[in-house]
Write a new protein. Sequence first.
Length: 254
Amino acid sequence: MPQTETDREFEENPNRLEGKNAVLEAFRSGRSVDKVYLQENLHDGMIMTIAREARKAGTIISYVPKERLNMMSETGSHQGVIAIVASYPYAEVSDMLKAAKEKGEKPFLFLLDGIEDPHNLGAIIRTANLAGAHGVIITKHRAVGLTATVAKASAGAINYTPVAKVTNLAAVIDELKKEGIWFVCADMGGTPMYDLDLTGPIGLVIGNEGEGVSRLVREKCDFVASVPMKGDIDSLNASVAAGVLAYEIVRQRR
C-alpha cells in the first residue's frame, strides 16, 4: 500500500494515541485531538462512542482500512483506532484580541487557509512572532495542526504565539469584522501591496500552498494584495509570501 502525504505527516508526529480507552479518555479529558483514524466497517460500541466524541469536539475523522491502521500502529494493538493529538494546546481567537487590547495595540492576526505543509506552518508562526502579531488562526480541515515538526520549524515561536484552530475561516472573518478588523489576502492578481493602506487593525490571510486562498475566503477579504515580482517564476512559497506581506504591514504600522 503506497504511503500518502497524510501518512508521512503522521510519522512525523510522536503524539499519537492507540487503542479505544486511550483515545476515548483523551476526548473526555478535553485534550486537543487533531485527527482520529477509525477502522472502516467496524461497528463496535466504543468505536461509535469515540466517533460521537470526535464530532462533538470538531475533530476530523478518517475511516481507513484495517491494513492502513496496521501500518500506522507502533504498538501492534490499535483496536481499530489511532488518534493524533496536538503537540501544543490551542488558544481561542478571543485570547488574541484580549492580548492586543492589553498591549494597547491594534490587532494583527495571521489567518491560514488550508496550510498543509508543517514546515510552512512552523515558519509562518515564527514570522508572526517576530512581526509582533497577536496570534495565528488555522483551519481544522485540509490543514496541518500543531505537530512536533511544526514546533521544530517554528524555532520556539510556538511557545509564545497563540494558535487557534477553527472550523470555518469565513465565519471567523465575519465575526472579527465586527471587532473592526480589516482583512487582506495574498494573491498574484491583487493590488501591489505598496499601494494599500495596511495600517489599521488587520488580518493577513495566506492561502493553501497549491490552490491559494479559497474563493469564499477571498470574497470576505477587504483587500487583495500582490507581492511585486521581477524574476522568471510566478509565485512565492506560502511562508515567504507571509513574511514579505507581514513586514510591509509592520513598516506601515510604525
